[in-house]
Design a protein around this ligand. Structure first.
Ligand SMILES: [Zn+2]
Ligand SMILES: [Zn+2]
Length: 346
C-alpha cells in the first residue's frame, strides 16, 4: 500500500510503497476513509525529546491517529462482533485489555500498550490501517468518515471540559482557536456555558470559532484581551482554557484569569516553560491538566454525532489526497489559517 512515511526530524514525509498491514487475532484492518492532521504529529515530526518518557519517532514509521474507515479484514477472534464493510473509527492505541488502566478506558497508560505512530502500530496516513477490535467504535451510517476522523479531537475537548466541571451559565475564556480550542468551545456550548469567548492571534481562526459554539471572538493581536473579554462576556471568566500549548501560554492564561478562577491546560507544550507562580498564587487559581480522554468519551462523541446533536464539520478547513499530503503537512509547520486538514487516501 501507499503511505506517507516519516524519514528524519524536520524533513518532509515521503510517499512510499510499504507492506499491507495484516491483522493479529483480535485486530481489524481498515481501508482509511479520512485521517486528520494533528498538531501532535507536527510536533512529533520535529522529534525533539520532551523528556517525559515518550519515545521519539523511528525512521520508517507512519503517523496519523484521527481516522475512520471501512473494515476490510477481521482477525480470527473478532469475527463474532465485526464484519467486512463495518464503518469504524478507533482509539489511537492498542492496550492489553486486562489491566486497570485498560479497564478504565485509558489504554494509553497501559504498560503493554502500543501507541499509534510507532513501528509496531503504524498510523493512518496510509491507504490501510490496523486497529484493535477492542479499541474500534462503530460509526452510525449518518456519520461520514470525515466526521469520524473528528471524533479523536472532539474527545480531547470533551475530556477537558468534563474536567473543568462547568456550571450552566458560566463565563469561559478559551485561549487558542486551533482544533483543540474549537473542540473545547463546542463542548462548553453543549454543557451550557453562557458566554464562550475565544481568543487567538489569527483572526480567520478565531472567526471560525463562532460557527462552533463561541459566543464572542477576540483578536489577541489587537488591544487588551482582558478588557475585550469583559466587554464581550459582561464580566470575567470563571474558567480559562489554555489550548495553545506553547512556552508562555500558561502564563497568559494566568494573566487573563480573575481571582479564584480555574485554569484547564489542554494544549500540549513540548518544551520547558517559565512562569511566575506568584501571579497565580495571589489570585488563588486552581490549575488542572487534561490529557487525552477515556474510551467512554470517545464513544460518547460517536453517539452524539450519530444523533445529530453536535456538528463539528466547520473544523474541517481543507482536504487532500496522498499525493498532495506531504506538501500539505509541511505547509502546516508555517503560520497558516487552517484548522483541520483531512487526508482522504482512497
Ligand atoms: Zn490528535
Ligand atoms: Zn492494559
Amino acid at each position: 500500500m501507499k503511505a506517507a512515511v516519516f524519514k528524519a526530524a524536520g524533513s518532509p514525509l515521503v510517499l512510499e510503497d510499504v507492506p499491507d498491514p495484516t491483522p493479529e487475532a483480535s485486530d481489524l484492518i481498515l481501508k482509511v476513509g479520512a485521517c486528520g492532521i494533528c498538531g501532535t504529529d507536527l510536533h512529533m515530526s520535529e522529534n525533539t525529546d520532551p523528556g517525559v518518557g515518550w519515545r521519539v519517532l523511528q525512521p520508517g514509521c507512519v503517523m496519523g491517529h484521527e481516522f475512520a474507515g471501512d473494515v476490510i479484514e477481521v482477525g480470527r477472534e473478532a469475527q463474532n462482533r465485526w464484519s467486512r464493510g463495518d464503518r469504524v473509527t478507533a482509539l489511537p492505541w492498542i492496550g492489553c485489555g486486562e489491566c486497570s488502566d485498560c479497564r478504565a478506558g485509558r489504554g494509553f497508560r497501559c504498560a503493554q500498550g502500543k501507541m499509534r505512530a510507532s513501528l509496531d502500530l503504524p498510523g493512518a496516513y496510509a491507504e490501510f490501517c490496523r486497529v484493535g477490535a477492542g479499541e474500534a467504535v462503530r460509526l452510525p451510517d449518518s456519520v461520514s468518515f470525515r466526521e469520524g476522523a473528528l471524533v479523536e479531537p472532539l474527545a480531547v475537548g470533551l475530556n477537558a471540559v468534563r474536567r473543568a466541571q462547568l456550571r450552566p451559565g458560566d463565563r469561559v475564556l478559551i485561549v487558542g482557536a486551533g482544533p483543540v480550542g474549537l473542540s473545547v468551545a463546542l463542548w462548553c456550548r453543549f454543557f451550557g456555558a453562557q458566554h464562550i469567548v475565544v481568543s487567538d492571534l489569527v483572526p480567520a481562526r478565531v472567526e471560525r470559532s463562532l460557527t462552533l459554539g463561541a459566543t464572542a471572538a477576540v483578536d489577541a493581536s489587537e488591544g487588551n484581551v482582558r478588557e475585550q473579554v469583559a466587554d464581550a462576556a459582561g464580566g470575567q471568566p470563571r474558567v480559562v482554557f489554555d489550548c495553545v500549548g506553547m512556552p508562555g501560554s500558561l502564563q497568559l492564561a494566568i494573566d487573563y484569569a480573575p481571582h479564584d478562577a480555574r485554569i484547564v491546560v489542554v494544549g500540549l507544550c513540548m518544551a520547558g516553560d517559565h512562569l511566575f507562580p506568584t501571579k497565580a498564587l495571589v489570585k488563588e487559581l486552581e490549575i488542572i491538566f487534561a490529557f487525552i480522554y477515556r474510551q467512554e468519551d470517545f464513544e460518547t462523541v460517536v453517539q452524539l454525532l450519530g444523533q445529530g446533536r453536535i456538528d463539528a464539520t466547520p473544523m474541517i478547513s481543507d482536504h487532500v489526497d496522498l499525493t498532495a499530503f506531504s506538501d500539505a503537512f509541511e505547509a502546516l509547520k508555517q503560520p497558516n489559517r487552517q484548522i483541520k486538514v483531512m487526508l482522504e487516501p482512497n
